[in-house]
Design a protein around this ligand. Structure first.
Ligand SMILES: [Zn+2]
Length: 344
């Protein structure tokens, strides 16, 4: 049997020790390479002109020859107005990459020896960068769909007599949400050409209130191309998809894989990682940021067969191309996201 990708040397290309040993100038030039492909031909974040800007060596900054804007490697990115040194950001991203089931802010705070508040913002800035780059285009070929519930019920009361029957609508937890997932499978021809291209190819996630027909119809119409093969479970919310799609069902009350080989296991494997992140790592996910957590796991799933150096560079690139005008600038000064990102 062929060796699993994660056991191969190819999957390990990133050394935390090397990242920790980077000097100031090495860390700076690594970021320049990733952001602009060079330390000399830089792009002014204000006017967008690529040129050999005037270098202010002592400050490690540049001044644009066209608009006179003075900028650093992190200006107008998610890390603008940074307080930590560049190595700390690189080390945080490396830890984030290697923690394949997610990393909690408490752990990041211990690993980086920074406060919980700093680690919380830093990890959410990384998550937000993955979000901003989310490419949404119609999925096609074979797509597996399903939803999982989070915050189904608060902790049970001590006395059985005080406990509510959460199955009743009037006792339902108002914080209960569902994560709806759609995953496209690699084509057999793609797998034949490259054995790493197997299973799920692209993953989209959406926080919803519950698995109901109208929201499912709205999302599938927008994100799944007509006539695609859609694999779903027996939930009646998916019945209407029969009109626009080649709908295949598996009845989870009876089996995980039907006699015809129909499953929605790509969706289930997303949930496996998502739940492990929830129960085993972060322990608490605010509904306000549920979209970010779900998208983080979608990213991790889609990149699962890439080596860790590729993922490291990709995340840095995403952080440096996400602008600073997100919910995460000035968070502790009171600038919070006001609404949940919820599809209704
Ligand atoms: Zn400029």
């Amino acid at each position: 049997m062929a060796q699993h990708f994660l056991l191969s040397a190819k999957s390990r290309q990133l050394s935390l020790i090397q990242i920790a040993k980077l000097s100031d100038s090495e860390a700076h030039s690594l970021l320049c390479q990733i952001r602009w492909g060079s330390e000399y031909m830089v792009v002014c974040p204000k006017c967008g002109v690529r040129h050999q800007a005037y270098r202010l060596k002592t400050r490690n900054q540049w001044r644009c020859k066209h608009c006179k804007y003075q900028f650093s490697i992190t200006s107008k990115t998610i890390f603008s107005n940074r307080k930590l040194n560049l190595q700390t950001y690189l080390f945080a991203i490396a830890l984030f990459v290697n923690a394949v089931k997610g990393i909690s802010s408490m752990q990041l705070s211990r690993d980086l020896n920074v406060t919980y508040k700093t680690a919380f913002i830093l990890s959410h800035k990384i998550r937000e960068s993955l979000q901003a780059q989310k490419e949404l285009f119609p999925l096609s070929n074979e797509v597996h769909i399903d939803a999982t519930y989070v915050h189904s019920a608060p902790r049970k009361k001590n006395k059985k007599s005080d406990r509510l029957d959460r199955r009743l609508k009037e006792n339902a937890n108002p914080y209960k949400r569902a994560i709806f997932v759609m995953r496209e499978r690699f084509l057999t021809s793609e797998t034949k050409r490259d054995s790493n291209k197997v299973g799920a190819k692209h993953t989209f996630t959406f926080p919803i209130l519950s698995e109901n027909g109208s929201v499912i119809k709205k999302l599938t119409k927008e994100y799944i191309a007509p006539n695609t093969t859609v694999c779903a479970d027996e939930n009646p919310a998916y019945d209407d998809l029969l009109i626009n799609y080649d709908l295949k069902r598996v009845n989870h009350q009876k089996e995980y894989c039907s006699d015809e080989g129909i499953t929605n296991n790509l969706a289930e494997s997303f949930f496996a990682r998502f739940k492990r992140c929830y129960y085993g790592q972060v322990h608490k996910m605010s509904n306000k940021y549920l979209d970010n957590y779900a998208n983080e796991i979608a990213y991790r799933e889609d990149m699962r067969r890439e080596n860790n150096l590729t993922i490291f560079k990709d995340i840095i690139d995403k952080c440096l191309s996400t602008d600073d005008e997100t919910d995460w600038s000035g968070y502790w000064q009171g600038n919070h996201r006001t609404q949940e990102r919820l599809v209704v």
